[in-house]
Design a protein around this ligand. Structure first.
Ligand SMILES: *[C@@H]1O[C@H](CO)[C@@H](O)[C@H](O)[C@H]1NC(C)=O
Ligand SMILES: *[C@@H]1O[C@H](CO)[C@@H](O)[C@H](O)[C@H]1NC(C)=O
Ligand SMILES: *[C@@H]1O[C@H](CO)[C@@H](O)[C@H](O)[C@H]1NC(C)=O
Length: 238
């Protein structure tokens, strides 16, 4: 375990008062390695199996497609790969059993690659091209607010995450590389790319949401399956 993750573990807050039951933090950390939840092999195993490996694999999160058509710019991505969760650092993680809300905040550097098709206009310039895109996000912070219910199955209590709210903030910067935004004119293409990079904040806030939505949805689903496997009753026994 790298020093960064070790640090992250130590800042986990678990506010965990469930009626009279307390969930000791040590149980949580010993038995459930939060940091491997994005391991795709863990996701594929049956929902009854709690991943217990202590190796850290976040792997790449892949989304088949996402796209937008905003202010005259149409931009569709396929085979979207989000890399960087491997090095994510938890800023905040806690269950509030009074408000029944799980809070999760982490930050990381991320590289997003995809195949794109783009048309319409951006910055009053006509765009018509397709190719490979690479977006580098330095210090993206993602926060989730996740309401949950405590469900009871036979004698076992578990947490069911209901829905989520999330927000993202790119705190350092973003760099965009597009292969050929206009198929006819290389200079124009480079000029648009330059403008995109100069106005990265506007781009990520105004147009990017649908891409982050698709990532957030994946993270939520992984989290939901994962948390479902916490048998609350057993926490008292470790
Ligand atoms: C949990 O939620 C309750 C109700 O909203 C709030 O009063 C309390 O401060 C929260 N606890 C923590 C540790 O945030
Ligand atoms: C972007 O942020 C990183 C730190 O995360 C910094 O090293 C880099 O120089 C910045 N790039 C630009 C173009 O500002
Ligand atoms: C989610 O965010 C919206 C808009 O900010 C807000 O109205 C809603 O109450 C939030 N829901 C939760 C569960 O926090």
């Amino acid at each position: 375990m790298g020093p960064l993750l070790y640090f992250a573990l130590s800042v986990i807050q678990l506010s965990s008062i469930l009626a009279t039951e307390q969930i000791p933090l040590k149980c949580f950390l010993q038995d459930y390695n939060f940091f491997n939840i994005f391991d795709t092999s863990a996701v594929k195993t049956s929902s009854n199996v709690v991943p217990k490996t202590h190796s850290l694999h976040f792997d790449t999160v892949t989304v088949n497609s996402a796209g937008f058509d905003i202010d005259g710019w149409k931009h569709d991505g396929t085979n979207i790969k989000f890399q960087g969760l491997n090095d994510a650092i938890l800023d905040e993680f806690g269950f509030n059993f009074t408000a029944k809300v799980l809070q999760l905040t982490f930050h990381t550097d991320m590289v997003v690659t995809y195949d794109y098709k783009s048309s319409g206009t951006l910055f009053s310039t006509p765009i018509n091209g397709e190719g490979f895109a690479e977006v580098s996000l330095k210090n993206i912070q993602v926060s989730f607010i996740v309401p949950f219910d405590i469900k009871k199955d036979n004698d076992k209590k578990f947490i069911e995450l209901k829905s989520f709210n999330y927000s993202y903030d790119i705190r350092d910067n973003a760099t965009f590389k597009f292969l050929s935004l206009t198929s006819t004119n290389k200079e124009l293409s480079e000029s648009i790319e330059q403008q995109i990079n100069q106005r990265w904040k506007y781009l990520t806030v105004h147009f990017g949401k649908v891409f982050y939505d698709s990532l957030a949805e994946k993270i939520f689903n992984v989290l939901k399956n994962y948390v479902m496997n916490f048998p609350l009753k057993n926490f008292g026994e470790c």
